[in-house]
Design a protein around this ligand. Structure first.
Ligand SMILES: [Zn+2]
Ligand SMILES: [Zn+2]
Length: 104
């Protein structure tokens, strides 16, 4: 990493640490902290979103228990997907039947 320094000392930082160089160093340190905090916040947000998605999957799955387990094993909620697919197919069939019946 390049040592932050002011415009008056672009090549070498002032050995006496001029105000500009100090300010640049402080700003860089602050920026680094901000970036770090933002990254931490992002990570926790992602973790929370993952947890919410998992919770929704568990809530929507009739096969597993409240913790997402089915007979002591982690449930992949495939039953939910199958049910939704079956429901979707049934709904599509019903709509088709209705459309055909309505026109006939
Ligand atoms: Zn300087
Ligand atoms: Zn499940």
């Amino acid at each position: 990493m390049v040592t932050p320094r002011c415009q008056e000392h672009p090549r070498y930082p002032d050995p006496r640490k001029c105000a500009g160089c100090s300010a640049a160093a402080n700003a860089a340190a602050r920026k680094a902290t901000e970036v770090q905090q933002a990254a931490g916040k992002e990570a926790s947000t992602a973790a929370r979103e993952r947890a919410e998605v998992r919770r929704a999957a568990i809530d929507g799955c009739y096969a597993c228990d409240n913790d997402g387990y089915l007979n002591g094993r982690v449930c992949h909620h495939n039953e939910t997907a199958r049910l939704a697919a079956a429901k979707g197919a049934a709904a599509a069939r019903a709509a088709l039947n209705q459309a055909l019946g309505g026109n006939a």
